[in-house]
Design a binder for this molecule. Sequence first.
Ligand SMILES: Cc1ncc(COP(=O)(O)O)c(C=O)c1O
Length: 297
Amino acid sequence: MYTAVARSSLAGNSLGVFKLPDELAFTVARGSGPWLWSADGRRYVMGAGPMVLGRAHPRGVSAITEQAALGAHYYLMNARAQDLAAKICQLVPCAESVRFCSDGSEANFYALRVARAFTQRTKILKFDGGFHGHSDYAQQKSRVEPGHNDQHPMAEAAGIPAEVSETVVIAPYNDIGHTRQIVEPIAQDIAAIIVEPVQRAFVPAPGFLEGLRALANSIGALLVFDEVVTGFRLALGGAQEYFGVTPDLCALGKILGGGTPLAALAGRADVLDVVVTGRPNDGRPAMMSGTLNGVIR
Ligand SMILES: Cc1ncc(COP(=O)(O)O)c(C=O)c1O
């Protein structure tokens, strides 16, 4: 049962898109390991994927407790941020440099902004059915015009301007031939190819990720792996280590924060430099900064 507070104050009586039917709904009282307990003592397994080590893992509890006593939100350089960035660079093949943010959607959004700033191009190629979070650029799918084979991008969600859809190109996952055909006429406009290396439950066909790497190289675009799900999971170095294909940038989230709001954009140092210096002929940095970018919350 939802509490009176949830009924009166939370939009749609929920915390996001996920909502249990009324007859199954319950209020969570606590979590431990894989389990959640309802206020009336029933036990469930649920979550959105960041709790690979389980809830209330003793090492997590002691790290959070220790840090809570040292204060949250330093905003300035701190040793924990440096240590975590160094660890990511040690483990993740593409990571020469890291900048933190708060969630996977942000990490992907920044990846696309950085790619656009670096290449000074506009368009993003994404794959139909790939999920990269809630940004206007990520919330795009393909629409097939009646009587045509052509696919056009359209926003999946309301509130996204049609102009944004015009900056996104959609290709079919695991079809490198068709992807090349889609890219060819607009190759000079494509800033980034973004892909979930394992798209939802679909594993990449042999040669698909390698084909994307070669395609990005040949047109001067950046290859972005959305490793929000696969990062530290398929292998410690993520899907890029597992499949042996190194992107230019990757988005990390979920288990990176182990249930706290933490994510990161990692990748080539020369590319990430655009968040600091901008491009020489432009001079404006690609803004990537936020109140909670400092790891310690
Ligand atoms: C592959 C992938 N990318 C991005 C996101 C968005 O991450 P977040 O919910 O932390 O914004 C998700 C969330 O499930 C995801 O599965």
